[in-house]
Design a binder for this molecule. Structure first.
Ligand code: SAM
Length: 268
């Protein structure tokens, strides 16, 4: 099933434009979001409105953030009969999400431009205290990396830092035929729900990020070698973790143990 959408826009690669046209996929995404009229709903990258249209029928107070100025007049024309709609012309990577959260926690959705999806999610995590949940279409491989578990070959920085702040729930995969132009890779929809309370709080999240980054930059080395610049033999004895393991074998809680140990050592 294909949905028509306003024509006459040449998709721009630099804005990661792959427009959804499959009505079945659109319905499935909107069904997963299940917007309510009183939600503080935000769509990143509305494009030509494929998702916005069904979202607006359920929540006429939708707010959009779109970077491509050429798309704005089309969106305004297409949705002129939704007076409560707000269109923010700008970059979702620099947007201050706190500035639009006065009416309640944000529900953020989007078929994201794949070239910015990871930095965008890290930017959004800075606003997790004002976010209720997020539903994103991403590259399937990115969703798999985000939802990976310790021991998986794709367990790494993205999984650890996303799962530190959020519950990661992969929902379903979407074939490339659902988009125009069709991307080269498969996609998947994921739900991210920020933890109300962090399950494994680190004393210094920046230090946790540094430990994780350093460990996985030497993914195949043992922790003893990979974290040599941070951890000496006596540190390993104190934390009670085996330095002969590889970073892939440590859980999020183990990385937090390492980071908290270093934090306390730095205080001495
Ligand atoms: N939601 C539409 C759909 O599903 O058909 C369009 C999705 S398309 C993959 C990504 C959209 O994000 C495009 O409209 C693009 O112009 C917009 N975009 C790209 N970079 C952006 C940014 N930094 N901030 C806001 N929007 C951006």
């Amino acid at each position: 099933m294909s949905r028509k959408g306003p024509p006459q826009h040449q998709a721009r690669k630099r804005f990661g434009q792959n427009f959804l046209h499959d009505a079945g996929v659109i319905d499935r995404i909107v069904g997963s979001i299940a917007p309510r009229p009183d939600d503080n709903l935000v769509e990143i990258g509305p494009g030509m409105g494929a998702l916005s249209e069904p979202l607006l029928t359920l929540n006429p107070r939708l707010q959009m953030i779109e970077l491509d100025r050429d798309l704005i007049p089309g969106l305004r024309a297409q949705f002129f009969n939704y007076p409560e709609l707000t269109i923010h012309e700008g970059d979702a990577l620099r947007f201050d999400y706190r500035s639009i959260a006065a009416d309640g926690p944000l529900r953020i959705v989007g078929n994201l431009p794949y070239n910015i999806s990871t930095p965008l999610i890290f930017h959004l995590l800075d606003f997790r205290d004002v976010i209720k949940d997020m539903h994103f279409m991403l590259q399937k491989e990115v969703v798999e990396r985000m939802a990976a578990a310790p021991g998986d070959s794709n367990w790494g920085r993205l999984a650890i830092m996303t799962q530190y702040y959020c519950q990661v729930i992969p929902l379903f995969t979407v074939g490339s035929g659902a988009f125009r132009p069709a991307p080269k890779v498969e996609s998947a929809v994921v739900r991210l729900v920020p933890h109300a309370e962090l399950p494994c709080p680190a004393r210094d999240p920046d230090l946790l990020a540094q430990v994780v980054r350093t460990a996985f930059s030497a993914r195949r080395k043992t922790l003893r070698k990979g974290l040599f610049s941070l951890m000496q033999d006596e540190d390993w004895q104190q934390v009670g973790l085996d330095p002969g393991l590889r970073p892939q074998n440590l859980s999020l809680a183990d990385f937090v143990t390492l980071a908290n140990h270093l934090y306390l050592s730095n205080q001495e």
